[in-house]
Ligand binder design. Structure first.
Ligand code: IPE
Ligand code: IPE
Ligand code: MG
Length: 234
């Protein structure tokens, strides 16, 4: 019964557990990432169906460069393929597409594919699909502060700092969902998470499906969001 559910404006996913999903099946980690892309597509569909305004996916952190080079290469190859095959399709459906993080460090073919998508999607007005690539919350805050310093100001207010984040002008996540049972942020949206609800799911990311999405909405709907007040605000 969708009517009884509260739909978050912005839902953010920390996609974790691809490696363990693969290990459980005696498959290489790469196979887990491949299945993770399928789950990502499923969650985009679910968000669209539910009427979510914005969905963010944490795909590669500033710390993930510590992984073996062949895993990193495979991941960025998959990002490129995802852009060419699937993001291109989402652009046609009218979704707004954005990437947050320092894209300059990514392989050239991947960056080219992402830039192509950005230019094709520039006039779209639909659901926002935001993908965090080479993203770190601390890195983002530093980047924002440096942008402000460049303008020569001596004092920074909350609104200015907020506006200079990658998500400037967009709603903070109402809910941050992490898969695979890990209960940490791992440097994700540190600024924007101030009043987010947290939902931790034990299932690995490649197993995320419509049923789990529904559970997330049900759990979120029951949360009392008070923002420091004494009663529920939403
Ligand atoms: C998440 O799955 C994907 C990325 C961080 C790129 P992991 O690769 O972290 O999977 P586990 O945590 O090792 O199982
Ligand atoms: C967080 O997952 C980063 C992404 C999902 C992209 P990790 O697997 O890298 O996080 P840790 O190392 O367990 O904290
Ligand atoms: Mg992990």
């Amino acid at each position: 019964m969708q009517g009884e559910l509260k739909i978050p404006r912005h839902i953010a996913f920390i996609m974790d557990g691809n490696g363990r999903w693969a290990k459980k099946r005696l498959l290489p980690r790469k196979a887990g990432h491949r299945e993770g892309v399928v789950a990502l597509k499923r969650m985009i569909e679910e968000c669209e169906k539910a009427g979510v305004e914005m969905v963010t996916f944490y795909a590669f952190s500033t710390e993930n460069w510590k992984r073996p080079q062949d895993e990193i290469d495979a991941l960025f190859k998959m990002v490129k393929e995802f852009a060419d095959k699937h993001l291109a399709e989402y652009v046609k459906r009218g979704y707004r597409i954005m990437f947050m993080g320092d894209l300059t460090k990514l392989p050239k073919e991947t960056v080219d594919a992402l830039r192509k998508i950005l230019s094709e999607a520039k006039d779209n007005t639909g659901m926002i699909v935001n993908i965090a690539l080479n993203y770190g919350g601390r890195d983002e805050i530093l980047h924002a502060v440096n942008r402000i310093l460049d303008t020569g100001v001596r004092e920074v207010d909350m609104q200015t700092l907020s506006d200079c984040m990658y998500t400037g002008g967009l709603p903070d996540p109402d809910v941050i969902v992490r898969s695979s049972g890990e209960k940490r942020l791992s440097n994700f949206m540190l600024w924007q998470a101030a009043y987010a609800e947290f939902i931790f799911i034990d299932d690995y990311w490649p197993d995320f499906d419509a049923k789990i999405f529904r559970q997330i909405l049900e759990e979120y709907s029951q949360r009392d969001r008070r923002y420091g007040n004494v009663r529920r605000i939403n």
